[in-house]
Design a protein. Sequence first.
Length: 468
Amino acid sequence: MMMHSLRIRSLALGLLAVCTLFTAPTLAAPPVPLSQYDLGPAPKPIVRLFWQDRESAQLHWGDVMQGSEWNLAPASIEGFPQLESEQQDLVQMEAVDRLVVVGVRDNQKGALESGWVAIESGVTGHSHGDHFDWQYSETPRVIAKQLDKEQGNPAHLYLYDERYYLANDSLNGLTQIDPIKLRKSPRNAASFFAGGGNHITMAALDHQVCYSSWIDGGGPNGGRVDVVNLRKPGKDSIAYSFNLPTGVIHGAIANSDRVFFAPADGICWVDADPNLKLNSESVQVNHIDLGEDEVTGKPHRTGSFTNYRNCVLFKIGAGATSALCYLNAKDNPPEVVRVPIDVPDGLSLTPPQAVYTAAGKHYAMMFQDRKAGETEEKLTIVDLDPDGNRVMDDAKVVKTIPVAASNVQGHYGHHAIAFDADRKWGFITNPGAGSIWVLNLTDLEIVAKFEVDGKPDHILAVGAVNPH
C-alpha cells in the first residue's frame, strides 16, 4: 500500500514538473535599440511638379518625395478637360501664388476648341521672413476654364507682374487674366485687348501697357508692334503702332524700362512708354546687329528671350556658330556678350533658362536637342559669374551632362527644366524617353530618375521642402 502511494506521488510530481515546464512564463528578450535598424529619413515632399504629356494632351502632377529613396507618383488633375490629342495641344503654362494656368491650341485655327485652363496647385507657402514653410495638404483641381471656338487659338502664354497674358492669335489680340479674380469671380477674370496679329509675342509692363507684335514678314504689318493701353480693354485698346526695320517678329520682353524684340535681323529695342506719352512718329527704334551666319550668310537672329535680373538672355546660331548671348538692359547702349557653345551637327540649342542657386551660383541652362541623326543629346550649363564679382562679363561653360532623348516636332517635344522655390534642385523632362530627372544644383549631378507615361514636355515646379 505504501509502495503504491509512493508511486502515485512520484508520478504526480513528474506531471507537475512537466506542466511547470510548459506553462512557466517566458522571459522576453531585451529590446533592440532603434539605432540598430536602418530606418532612414521619413519621406517628405521636395516640390510639386506639373508636366504636360504631349502624347495624351493631358497635364499631370506629382510630389517629388525624398527619404531613403526618391519617389514620384504621377496623378491626373481633378476636372482637367479631355482633349483630342491628335488635334489639340497644350502650350505654355505659368504659375503664380497657388495658381497654374495653361493655354490650349488646336490645329484648326481655333475652330475646334482653344483657350485656357486654370488649376489650383494645392501648394501653400507661408513666409517667415528668411524662409517659407510649404504645405502640400490639397490635391490639384481645375477651378476655371475657357475653352471654345472664340478664343483665337493661342500659341503663347506669358506671366508679367503676376498677371497672365494669353495671345489670341487669330483674333489679333490678347487676353489678360487676373489671378485674384480667378478665385473670386472667374467669369470676370479675363479681359480682351486688341493688339498684335497672326502669331503674337508680347511684353507687358506694370499692368499699364503691352507691346504686342505681328509675325508678318512683309506688307503693312511687316515688323509691326502695337502699343496696347491695358487700362482700356476692348477693340479700341491700341494707343499707337510702329514698325521695326524687319519683320517675322518672334520674341519680346521688357527689362529695366526697355522693351526688346526679336525680328528677322538682330535685336530691336525701344524705351518703355507706360504713360503713353509717345506716338508712332516720336518712338525711337534702336537696332543691335548680331552679325551674319557664316554658313547661310543670313543675319543672326533669336526666337525668344529670358530675363535674369537686369540682363536679357537669348541664343543664336546653329552648329559651330551656336552661342549663348546676353546684354545688360541698363547699359546705354546695351552691348551683347557671347559665350560660344560647342554644338555638334544634328543638335540644336534650346533657349536658356537662368537660375540663382541656393549655393550662390548664377547659371544659364540650355539643352542640345536632336534635330537629326543619332548624336547624344546634352544639357549645357553656363556659369554667368565665375569669379562672383556680380559683373557678368566672364561667363563660361562649366559642365555638359548627357540627357535622354527628346522628341522634337516643331515647337513641341523639347527638353525642359524647372527649379524648386529654394533653387536647390532642377527637374528635367526627357520627352523621347518618358522620364523626369532630378539635378542637384550644388554639385550639378543627376541624383534621381523617374519613369512616367507618355512624352513629358513643358514642366513647372511649385514649392520647396518644408524646413520644419
